[in-house]
Design a protein around this ligand. Structure first.
Ligand SMILES: NCc1[nH]cc(CCC(=O)O)c1CC(=O)O
Length: 312
């Protein structure tokens, strides 16, 4: 089924405030580079319908992406804008990432009404967070805290904090900044101490592989340093099995022309173990970026990643 969309590019997007901000951002960038109309097609995904449950228990991040891919497949839309963090490591056959935009702040943020930082939280304070990755790292930093699941879109999470369900919450700085909620951030975590998720803070644009004209247009939006860093991060996850029920952190930064990749892997159960590794290299192309990711994964395996993964 293909409709006549020859005069416009249609962007498939989820309808959360953050997703719409991101889609409008890409729409504006594209409008300055093409004479075609650029329109949005808002959609509700399975992931949005079940926001009250921990995602890793109901099938993972792919739930935010699938419906958008169906729209691309059916020709109702041409490109899908995603938070790269939510994009599974392997796309279905026929789909490609056409561009990754320059990364916004990749760090996690600490939000609280009464407390200025994690260190200032009283003993046994309740901290809400939505990801296993944050849970295991928070537990390593402050074993006394009561770390509790927190689901929902950004506004919902902030509301639950404001209602007093938690003493503090931890979430991505990028989302808060994009929505003009930066003032809610009391402090950001050092990315070495609370390592971000693969792709955090970056936007990925997905298209059907055969859309050559569109891919050329989107190549102009690609930010090469972010593209390489994100692929190194994503390679770690793929090498370890790529499941989002895995509390894996992977974050790469450029330093003096070299790419430095920090990774951490925790246990999904109550064990306090967090394995960490740091690798770096001169990375000039995609194969080198992915090789760096594999090297980091190998270091985690050498420390016993298998036993942690086996428990999932
Ligand atoms: N998992 C949901 C999600 N996907 C992307 C972001 C934030 C923006 C980004 O990382 O690009 C968030 C919210 C969060 O983790 O707090």
């Amino acid at each position: 089924m293909t409709t006549d969309t020859s005069s416009s590019w249609v962007i498939a997007t989820r309808e959360s405030r953050l997703a719409l901000w991101q889609a409008h951002h890409v729409q504006a960038l594209l409008r300055s580079r093409t004479s075609r109309h650029v329109e949005l097609l808002g959609m509700t995904t399975r992931g949005d319908q079940i926001l009250d449950r921990t995602l890793s228990k109901v099938g993972g991040k792919g739930l935010f992406v699938k419906e958008l891919e169906v729209a691309l497949e059916e020709g109702r839309a041409h490109l899908a804008v995603h938070s790269l963090k939510d994009v599974p490591m392997d796309l279905p056959p026929g789909f490609v990432l056409a561009a990754i935009l320059e990364r916004e702040d990749p760090r996690d943020a600490f939000v609280s009404a009464r407390h200025a930082s994690l260190a200032e939280l009283p003993e046994a304070a309740r901290v809400g967070t939505s990801s296993l990755r944050r849970m295991v790292q928070l537990r390593a930093l402050r074993p006394d805290l009561r770390i509790e699941p927190l689901r929902g879109n950004l506004d919902t999470r902030l509301r639950k904090l404001d209602e007093g369900q938690y003493d503090a919450i931890v979430l991505a700085a990028a989302g808060l900044k994009r929505l003009g909620l930066e003032a809610r951030i009391r402090c950001v975590f050092d990315a070495d101490e609370m390592i971000p998720a693969a792709g955090q803070g970056a936007l990925g644009i997905e298209v059907r592989a055969e859309q050559t004209e569109l891919r050329e247009l989107l190549a102009g939006l690609n930010h090469e340093p972010t593209w390489l860093a994100a692929h190194a991060e994503r390679a770690v996850s793929r090498a370890l099995g790529g499941s989002c029920s895995m509390p894996l952190a992977a974050h790469a930064v450029w330093s003096g022309g070299r790419l430095v990749l920090n990774v951490a892997l925790g246990a999904a159960d109550d064990r306090p173990t967090v394995l960490r590794a740091r690798v770096e290299g001169e990375v000039r192309d995609l194969p080198a970026a992915e090789a760096l990711g594999l090297q980091a994964a190998a270091q985690l395996r050498a420390q016993g990643a298998e036993q942690l993964l086996a428990a999932h």
